[in-house]
Design a protein around this ligand. Structure first.
Ligand code: FES
Length: 347
């Protein structure tokens, strides 16, 4: 064993070693004297603190109600403003529901629960006696918490605790696949608005794109023509957004069967990251890489958007394109594979 002390006795940070027997001479300092709080001595202050705790629990209840207003009453149209309101209500409601309970309990403990310290000596385990001791301790805790003497706190706490888990239950309920068969869900996610002859248009203006508008090195954010007229255009857009770029055709490594999926080096790929669905929005023109800003998955355009870095497991799906009689870029078909993350059944 080496010597673990550091430096000399006069150097800062040095800890002097206790001599043998010296440790026995250290006195037990005991507990510091208890300082009474205002709420211990003034019944009006205690009443005030009790009201504050109850208000915090009531805030939690209001938060849960806000969540349900957002969940049931708002956001059932495709209006962006309404969806924003719904997200705000869901977020604020959940936040207030949790925060109200948390801050309320801390405030209760700091102002009203007994704060004297107790030293409990340990002893050998005695099953029956220990069970009785534990029972007595629980009863003491209930008694000292004052929950029986303070009905205002008790009732608001029960209300807050009963309601707070419900948002989680309703959110999990949305994962219930029995409402819709797994096949229907896959089908809904599998198909997009792209089809034979659908023009590629700029996002968000919706103006069609001519092949001659796309220069080497340029990139376009693209949506299918007619998207904004669709009834559920937001859901459709979430699946159909595409990135369009033009490379020198010699830089493209094209696999068998995809030879005619590009037009003079103009290629179109799904913008939905195959990791967890963020929009892949960064195009590095010099390296021909597409980068997902969420977790840095990187896709190589020259290799049909194969993943070359990051957590994504699949290449970005390619949209086969061509031009129509007027020179506008159009899709040849829908994607040949599902877009987006691979955690649902892709088959
Ligand atoms: S969502 Fe794109 S890397 Fe995670």
């Amino acid at each position: 064993m080496g010597d673990h002390s550091h430096g000399g006795p006069d150097q800062p940070g040095t800890v002097a070693k206790a001599q043998e027997g010296e440790l026995d001479k250290i006195q037990d300092p005991g507990l510091p004297p208890h300082r009474a709080r205002l709420t211990d001595t003034d019944p009006r202050a205690a009443k005030r603190a009790e009201r504050h705790v109850a208000i915090l629990f009531a805030i939690s209840i209001i938060g849960t109600v806000l969540f349900f207003v957002g969940y049931f009453a708002v956001g059932h149209t495709e209006s962006i403003a309404e969806l924003r309101l719904q997200n705000t209500l869901l977020g604020l409601g959940t936040g207030f529901a949790m925060l109200g309970i948390g801050v309320g309990i801390v405030h209760w403990a700091r102002t009203l629960m007994p704060d004297h310290e107790i030293a409990e000596s340990r002893h050998a385990v005695r099953t029956e006696e220990d069970r009785k001791d534990a029972e007595a301790i629980v009863n003491t805790i209930i008694d000292e918490s004052g929950i029986q003497r303070r009905p205002l706190i008790r009732n608001t706490l029960i209300g807050a605790l009963a309601l707070a888990p419900l948002p989680g239950v309703f959110i999990l309920r949305d994962l219930d696949l029995t409402k819709e068969s797994a096949g229907q869900i896959v089908d809904r996610l599998r198909h997009t608005m792209w089809d034979k002859g659908v023009r590629l248009t700029r996002d968000p203006s919706g103006t069609p794109i001519k092949a001659s508008d796309v220069q080497i090195g340029s990139a376009f954010h693209v949506i299918p023509e007619g998207l904004m007229e669709a009834e559920d255009w937001l859901n459709q857009k979430a699946k159909a957004v595409v990135l369009l770029m033009r490379l020198n055709p010699e830089d493209l490594n094209i696999s068998e069967g995809r030879e005619d999926w590009h037009h003079n080096g103009i290629v179109a790929y799904s913008k939905i990251c195959t990791h967890v669905g963020c929009p892949v929005a960064l195009y590095e023109q010099h390296t021909h890489h597409l980068l997902c800003p969420c977790h840095q998955s990187t896709f190589d355009l020259t290799q049909e958007c194969k993943v070359i870095f990051g957590p994504a497991a699949h290449a970005l799906p390619q949209l086969p394109i061509t031009v129509d009689d007027e020179g506008f870029l159009v899709a040849q078909s829908d994607f040949h594979e599902p877009v987006g993350p691979g955690y649902w059944e892709r088959g």
